[in-house]
Design a protein around this ligand. Sequence first.
Ligand SMILES: Nc1ncnc2c1ncn2[C@@H]1O[C@H](COP(=O)(O)OP(=O)(O)OP(=O)(O)O)[C@@H](O)[C@H]1O
Length: 325
Amino acid sequence: MIRFDGVGKTYADGTVAVERLDLDVAEHELLTLVGPSGSGKSTLLRMVNRLVEPTTGRVLVDGSDIATQDEVELRRGMGYVIQHVGLFPHRTVSQNIATVPRLLGWDRRRTAARVEELLTLVRLDPALHGPRYPHELSGGQRQRVGVARALATNPRVMLMDEPFGAVDPEGRRSLQEEFGRIHDELGTTVLLVTHDIDEAVLLGDRVAVFSQGGRLEQVAPPVTVLTRPATPFVESFIGDSRAVRLLSLARLEAGDLLPDDVAATEVSTGQVRLGDTLEVAFSALAGSRDGVVRVTDGAGSVVGLLTPDRLHAALRRTAHADVGA
Ligand SMILES: Nc1ncnc2c1ncn2[C@@H]1O[C@H](COP(=O)(O)OP(=O)(O)OP(=O)(O)O)[C@@H](O)[C@H]1O
């Protein structure tokens, strides 16, 4: 869907923001771009909607070189979300979301229906939040409106630059999870810039790790990046808490559990289900009296027991899984 073909950017003052880069982003993929400040992530993103022009190479979208396309048309076909949303302060939430549909000449009914649909999608109440002005919303709600506005015309590509960066950590996590759900639902191709490795591994189908000078150090699925960092840079960027990060990614499977042959009725049941993250399993174990929890399936039937040993084994299974590159 998006191809960086030998793309590089050197600014007029000689700063090399992006080194020669070859990278393909598949249709429906959510690719996270992660790296320290100044590693060229925003520059790279902005080359896709031509806010920045590359000094070498080409960017292809859907097989066509975007340098030959009309900039305004190109941008209308792409959602763009930035850290401080950039909502129009004197327009209501609904009017903000309706901006591009109106520009495209949609009639009132179609636009209103779309606005309502999008507000519901990002879990805001159309009747309550639609008529409000941006300053009457929380930071997290404003980001949701930013996402809704970017999705308004159902773009095939979404460019997101630190979209959740200005939201407090708790609100951030729920926004991330909801955005993950929205992405699964819509299948939009997304490039998402972040400097937060946790966000990158939580959301990305693949994660691209950049170092200074826009050098691509590794691009791989999240678990691969965490378990097999390709370079010393990636290893140090991930830091010491890889196990914790894996906990939030890996999910409990039936094979991880012990058979439920414990007669005790004391064992806590129902807090953990197959398919939950190991993080959820860990919290339940930590809160259990005997260090054992009964795990249920979607229908509520008990499928086995989880102990600290079994949790550890599940973590190792994930770490050693052949996840490809
Ligand atoms: N217009 C510009 N002129 C000159 N240098 C620039 C310009 N824009 C960015 N740079 C430089 O290019 C490099 C990459 O910047 P960029 O904003 O792409 O990095 P980033 O990884 O997105 O950083 P951050 O996480 O801090 O936003 C930096 O050294 C930056 O100072």
